[in-house]
Design a binder for this molecule. Sequence first.
Ligand code: FAD
Length: 322
Amino acid sequence: MSILVYISNVNGKIKKQSLELTSYASAMSKSTALDVCGVVIGDIEDSALDELGKYGMGKILKAVDAQFNNRVNRVYTRIVEQAARQLNAQYILFPDNNEGKAIAPRLSARMSAGFVPQVMGMPNSYEPFVVSKRAFTGKALARVEVQTKVKILSPMFNSFGLIEFPKELLIEAFTPEIDEPHSRLNIINRNLNEGTISLADAEIVVSGGRGMKSGEHFSMLEALSATLGGAVACSRPVADAGWRPADEHVGQTGKIIAPNIYFAIGISGAIQHVAGVSGAKCIVAINSDPEAPIFDVADYGMVGDAFKIVPELIEAFKAHLS
Ligand code: FAD
């Protein structure tokens, strides 16, 4: 019996999210004594999967076929289902992203398995199985009991972190039986945002709040982020005002992020904002108000006008990094 992790194959690479899901599964296995296994679909070198062993993955079923390189959710669902049945999976973990949202509900219907998205934290108990999830766009936590034999979970990215549980990893070829046309879709082109760093994966995040005064002024933060090879984020009022896209808002009702460095610029540091960034290894705050609560959680603070400090920082970093 096992805990099965769906490993996202992003153009032949795995991302931090799969490492975090594996850490989560390994923590679950401490309580359940189940094996931690994975399934990956599409072209990917074994060497690209090796790192998963560090986080407790014992075995991966790898389904490679040229037809699988275009993700077709209906077909992927069938493949994960067959892997889950072969490995006698009691729990199946998906990333809480568009991929997970597309496959997990379909799998839930096919396997009559309860599905809990947006899981926060480890299960509260296993017998009965109870877990907490975000509710009302993050304004509350709901405790959910799942009574089906197989349970499907999507833990929130960056809410658990990476924990090493070194294991010897076995990678096995897996040939699923797909007895229907692979796709009624013909994908003719794919435009990937090559070169841009997603907020969830960024090691450096430059974030702005209402203190930036307008959407146009975020060009300054984009310049700082580009200099450092990071991504831009914002507080909720900034997204609500339409200054930045909604998917950049971090906090209790937005994304949870855990970069190495988080620049909070013109952000007061409300508890609902800090809830989304407390996993950052280092918080650098720039605020004109020395009493702003962000300084209580910041590792480094600069009291002053962001419109003066940020251009100077950009110049200093450029000079240092060139
Ligand atoms: P403000 O609180 O207005 O702060 C602006 C800051 O900019 C001030 O500290 C000011 O001193 C500083 N400033 C002004 N001018 C300058 C300058 N020239 N240079 C430098 N600094 C300057 N918020 C989130 O961010 N994420 C969430 O997920 C979220 N969820 C919420 C959920 C609920 C249920 C509720 C009730 C609220 C939620 N909020 C959330 C809102 C949160 O409570 C705060 O209102 C919000 O975070 C404040 O955003 P801000 O810091 O950008 O703006």
